[in-house]
Design a protein around this ligand. Structure first.
Ligand code: PMP
Length: 360
């Protein structure tokens, strides 16, 4: 079978050239007689791989020396605990915008350690919009404000980065490298790799150095940013192979012309799909127009039966993983960087055919 167009929300589609390069290197990496999987993380060959991944990510995102780049494990979810612990929120207050399921999970994890101020909450309309964050009303004693830039399940994103006088922490899991962000607008950025950066198992944390303090010794060792930074992300064995593949994705991004060039392509792809949703009467968007996501496009049909029929027709054409998350229903098409324009065009054609009555 040829490759499908995979609209999965993550793990998600990877650039074919990256998969091919990884396959080529699988048994014998650059003539060293072993796979990256078999290499000691303390070897010079592996040190070169992680250093290059670090410097390519810095290049792609314009990360200055004021920030540390960490390659960690445990998914973005582990960061939900690491952040309050490392940023001094234990027995103190942290502010959270609750804009979706992951934002809520992050907030609930912080609640285990201290007080949480909720500064925006869109649960009243099933997270279909991004609430306004009123910077003036943020507790100045709060240790940080946490936002989830792109809400993977609900298909919304922050188009405006809140300007606040406390450290800004952002979960960029489902939009990192899909859209340009000025890293200097943030104090801490984190993201699981499995959408735009590579295989799952790697979590990137970009943290301003002045926020890294020798953490209290009772913070679990693997959650301490100071130890991760001091050891070059190698306090213990890092996710070696995942970091290597993420490095290949960074090289692919650089070949595409960097984040700005890929963003343009992403805007074109998402634009085509949103236009189709608006033009065709069979489909309705779930997210408020001004808050809709560049990466995860969510829409509904008028019945579960119609949704199932549409997904069946799409699958028959090699358009896969379009079923919406159970919290929203309908359809979700994730248009990450590696999803080609042809995939989106095929999806739009499928929607037009479905409206005309074509069935699988
Ligand atoms: N935050 C966001 C925005 C996500 O989309 C996800 C995963 N889909 C997570 C956090 C959780 O990530 P992980 O599975 O890497 O823990």
């Amino acid at each position: 079978m040829d490759r499908i167009f995979n609209f999965s929300a993550g793990p998600a589609m990877m650039p074919v050239s990256v998969l091919e390069q990884a396959a080529k290197d699988m048994v014998n990496y650059k003539g060293c007689g072993m796979s990256v999987m078999e290499m000691s993380h303390r070897s010079p060959q592996y040190q070169a791989i992680i250093d290059e991944a670090n410097s390519d990510l810095r290049k792609l995102m314009g990360i200055s020396d004021e920030y540390e780049v960490l390659f960690l494990q445990g998914g973005a979810t582990t960061q939900f605990s690491s952040i309050p612990m490392n940023l001094g929120a234990r027995g103190a207050t942290a502010s959270y915008a609750v804009t979706g399921s992951f934002a809520k999970k992050a907030m609930q994890e912080a609640q285990k350690w201290g007080d949480v101020d909720i500064v925006g909450d869109s649960s009243d309309k099933n997270f279909s919009y991004i609430p306004k964050i009123d910077a003036a009303s943020i507790n100045p004693e709060s240790k940080y404000l946490h936002i989830t830039i792109n809400n993977t399940i609900f298909g919304t994103m922050f188009n405006e980065i809140p300007k606040v006088n406390i450290p800004l922490v952002a979960d960029l899991s489902s939009i990192i490298l899909g859209k340009h962000y000025d890293v200097n607008d943030f104090d801490l950025i984190y993201a699981g790799a499995q959408k735009n950066m590579g295989p799952s198992g790697v979590t990137v944390v970009i943290i301003k150095k002045n926020l890294i303090t020798p953490a209290a010794g009772d913070i679990p060792t693997m959650l301490r940013y100071d130890l991760a930074a001091k050891s070059g992300s190698m306090y213990n064995t890092p996710p070696c192979y995942g970091i290597y593949v993420a490095g290949l994705v960074y090289k692919w991004m650089l070949e595409q012309g960097g984040v700005a060039a890929v963003q343009k392509q992403n805007e074109h792809k998402a634009g085509l799909l949103y236009d189709a949703i608006e033009e065709l009467s069979t489909f309705a968007p779930t997210a408020r127009k001004e808050d809709r996501s560049l990466m995860n496009v969510t829409f509904t049909l008028n019945s579960d039966e119609a949704t199932a029929d549409f997904i069946k027709l799409a699958s028959s054409r090699g358009l896969a993983n379009l079923k919406g998350h159970r919290d929203v229903g309908g359809v979700r098409a994730s248009l990450y960087n590696a999803v080609p324009l042809e995939g989106v065009e095929a999806l739009v054609n499928c929607m037009k055919d479905f409206e005309r009555g074509v069935r699988a």
